[in-house]
Design a protein around this ligand. Sequence first.
Ligand code: AMP
Length: 144
Amino acid sequence: MLVQQILKSKGDTGVMTVAPGSLVQDAAKILAEKRIGTVVVSADGKAAVGILSERDIVRELAKRGASCMSDSVDNVMTANPVTCGLGDSADSVLERMTEGRFRHMPVCEDGEMVGLVTLGDVVKARLSEVSMEKDALEGMIMGH
Ligand code: AMP
């Protein structure tokens, strides 16, 4: 199973981005309204310069209180996020997410962001693949 197929099965949901210099409170509003866990920080919607997760906001809230909400996303985000390509396998994405302890990965092709996959998307896709493999194997064993 490739990232390309995972994105296709998700439908074209696009990637939520905020521009560098945006306020954390504006990014938090997007996370809440769209019910998502991250926004990608990008000036042009193509290059992912950073990623801001709900976890980053919670960490800053615990460290410095509500004042972090008026800070720029640039100071709270993770810069240069790990990305994957359309031709990467679901297993390699799962491996990188597990190693890096994050649940989101922008998908880039020819230097442009074309989507975003979450740990949930990848697990769902793998589960359905495993279930299809199981049915196929059962069919072969039973001889139909
Ligand atoms: P998440 O589990 O994705 O909500 O993020 C957990 C932490 O990893 C946060 O500090 C994020 O900024 C960071 N993070 C999320 N996605 C990535 C990524 N693709 N590459 C690097 N760091 C990331």
